[in-house]
Design a protein around this ligand. Structure first.
Ligand code: FAD
Length: 358
């Protein structure tokens, strides 16, 4: 039984051309807050995890959609920003040494005769695990890519869909495409830091906070930001992953060429549950049906927690997902250690070696 989006031929090529096959107790699909906390719960029961996420950073919705927003319903934190919550979760699970596989989507899995699974990612990584926890939220996040020829060959070095390391943009000619908060906020942030900042937008109006538009307009008047509107991205020029310039196209089909070392297209993120829907797992309105006593799906060894999991009375909240992570880990223990009964213990009894390996 093979569950993979593409056909069996592609799977067989992937499967037999394995250069790197990892082995672990649990593969966690999704590095959102709930996937991350499941590493803690698994770790407390001496189970190792590999965590895969389509994004090239951890944090799921918290980091991708609302990092600066305060969350008020995390127990014991009257208020904590979404990114701080993720930073604290990362710190909390560090002693359990999770292995991250970021920037790759899990596209399929292959059940083995010994009851384990081989999980396959879009970068051909294969991970053998005794159990799978699907903590996929609303699906794999991916940037909305502008439809430009050859765009993949510039991604990473010259085209970035999010800014994780601002220093890489110092003294570069930056082109920012888009008309929302991210485009305007980064144009303001990079003006004076980059060599030049050009904002390309297909309209003259921006969809962002009015104060941000006012600040950007002031910087445009001062000559610190160039505005090209109404224009759209048309063609990329460069070689070996490095951009040199971009052609823009106006409504009257007029082409304008501008210098560009780094393009930041900010056209939002798309979410795609995609391949998971094809895995023959029981579904309830595009969510995975689980038993809330175990968090197991209809397939033995495959569990689901967090926003993507569904059962009667489900509340889509981070705190609910944390509890689901604990329930799933306690049930997976019997798969990983079939001959060792689980004796329930509090974390205060077990302890966590914060600075050393467990
Ligand atoms: P997500 O955070 O969605 O993470 C899932 C991850 O799985 C993603 O990173 C995705 O890329 C990855 N993924 C999916 N499919 C694959 C695949 N096939 N391969 C690899 N990776 C994959 N909740 C609260 O409790 N309190 C609040 O105040 C609150 N405020 C919110 C405000 C906003 C603006 C939003 C958008 C949400 C808010 N939420 C709040 C909801 C909360 O963020 C979610 O409940 C939480 O993020 C769910 O966590 P998760 O780990 O289940 O999924």
């Amino acid at each position: 039984m093979t569950f993979i989006r593409n056909n069996a031929f592609i799977l067989s090529i992937l499967y037999w051309d394995i250069s790197l096959k990892h082995k672990t107790d649990i593969v966690v699909i999704g590095a959102g807050p709930i996937g991350l906390f499941s590493v803690f719960e698994a770790g407390m029961l001496k189970m190792k995890c590999h965590v895969v996420d389509a994004l090239n950073f951890i944090g799921g919705q918290c980091s991708a959609l609302y990092p600066e927003k305060p969350i008020y319903d995390i127990p014991a934190y009257p208020s904590i920003s979404a990114q701080d919550l993720i930073d604290k979760l990362e710190e909390q699970i560090k002693p359990f040494e999770p292995t991250y596989h970021l920037g790759q989507q899990v596209i399929g899995f292959h059940p083995q005769t010994d009851g384990t699974f081989d999980i396959i990612t879009s970068k051909d990584t294969i991970i053998n695990a005794k159990a799978i926890i699907i903590a996929a939220g609303c699906g794999a996040f991916g940037p909305n890519r502008p439809p430009l020829d050859n765009i993949e060959s510039f991604e990473g070095e010259s085209i970035m869909y999010s800014v994780r390391n601002k220093s890489l943009l110092k003294d570069k000619n930056i082109v920012i495409a888009g008309g929302g908060d991210s485009a305007v906020d980064w144009a303001i942030e990079l003006s004076g830091f980059a060599k030049s900042v050009t904002v390309v937008h297909r309209r003259n109006k921006f969809r962002c906070a009015p104060e941000s538009t006012n600040r950007m307009e002031k910087l445009i008047d001062e000559g610190k930001i160039n505005l090209e509107a109404p224009y759209q991205l048309h063609k990329l020029h460069g070689a070996e992953g490095k951009l040199h310039s971009i052609d823009l196209i106006g409504f009257d089909e007029e082409i304008k060429n501008i210098q560009c070392d780094v393009l930041l297209p900010f056209f939002g993120l798309s979410m795609d549950l995609g391949p998971i829907l094809d895995w023959q797992l029981a579904l309830e309105k595009k969510h995975l049906s689980v038993s809330n006593e175990t968090m197991e799906t209809n397939v033995k060894g495959i569990y689901s927690i967090g926003d993507v999991a569904s059962y009667p009375g489900k509340l889509k909240l981070i705190l609910t997902g944390f509890s689901e992570a604990a329930i799933a880990a306690h049930n997976i223990y019997n798969l990983v250690y079939p001959n060792q009964p689980l004796h329930f213990e509090y974390s205060t009894t077990k302890g966590v070696k914060i600075d050393e390996k467990l």
